[in-house]
Design a protein around this ligand. Structure first.
Ligand SMILES: [Zn+2]
Ligand SMILES: [Zn+2]
Ligand SMILES: [Zn+2]
Length: 85
């Protein structure tokens, strides 16, 4: 019997009742999360909506306004500034 999976990110979002959520096979769930939810390119963490992703990026990954680029961590950002400035 194929296992049915709920998109737990949507449950975490709290916008829908669990019984109303679509269920997915493992493959469908992967595709759904990859296609419908923003992902942090550095940690691979998925977020329910873009707002949460932006907050994660602001809190965890430095952003260079000059280059419009994100960096994995403070070390990489410092190294970047050293090279550019
Ligand atoms: Zn989802
Ligand atoms: Zn991240
Ligand atoms: Zn830069």
């Amino acid at each position: 019997m194929p296992s049915a999976n709920l998109c737990f990110r949507m449950q975490a979002g709290g916008r829908a009742f669990p019984l109303r959520l679509p269920t997915y096979t493992a493959q469908e769930l992967d595709a759904h999360i990859a296609g419908d939810h923003p992902k942090c390119q550095f940690c691979g963490t998925h977020f329910y909506e873009r707002e949460q992703w932006e907050m994660h990026m602001m809190a965890n990954h430095p952003y260079c306004e000059l280059c419009d680029a994100d960096f994995r961590n403070a070390e990489e950002f410092t190294e970047h500034l050293r090279l550019v400035v």
